[in-house]
Ligand binder design. Structure first.
Ligand code: ZN
Length: 133
């Protein structure tokens, strides 16, 4: 794995959260993006080499809506950058991790992504992501 690509934070109100994080970083998000397939609206802030992704549910059935219902706002996932997501998914399966996707899927911010179930990673939802070149 190359680095922590971003940390995903589940929020109830993206506009309000954008204001908070714009104050925090003294810089607005460099991107906001709707990911219809995931039922979320997202924004991204640069923090040095890493990023913060804010996620608001736009679909009450989405994973983010369910997460907030259960746990409230807060850290939702940690994303690690990988060079070859397919190879890493295979390696993770061989190591016994529960990979939630059969194939990498198109995520936000021009990435191919997959997720590892928190039950196999000490309670933390992990995203692997590979930049689409
Ligand atoms: Zn993410």
């Amino acid at each position: 794995m190359d680095k922590i690509e971003h940390i995903g934070i589940a929020v109830k109100d993206l506009d309000a959260a954008n204001e908070v994080y714009t104050k925090l970083f003294a810089e607005p998000p460099y991107k906001t993006e709707m990911v219809e397939s995931e039922g979320v609206s997202t924004s991204f802030f640069k923090v040095g080499e890493s990023k913060i992704e804010l996620l608001e549910a736009i679909d009450p059935e989405s994973a983010i809506a369910k997460f907030i219902e259960k746990k409230g706002e807060g850290i939702h996932h940690i994303a690690y950058a990988v060079a070859d997501i397919k190879a890493e998914m295979e390696r993770m399966r061989a190591e016994g991790f529960v990979v939630l996707n059969d194939e990498p899927k198109k995520g936000a911010d021009n990435k191919l992504v997959c997720f590892l179930h928190p039950k196999s990673t000490n309670g933390v939802l992990i995203e692997l992501c590979q930049e689409i070149s």
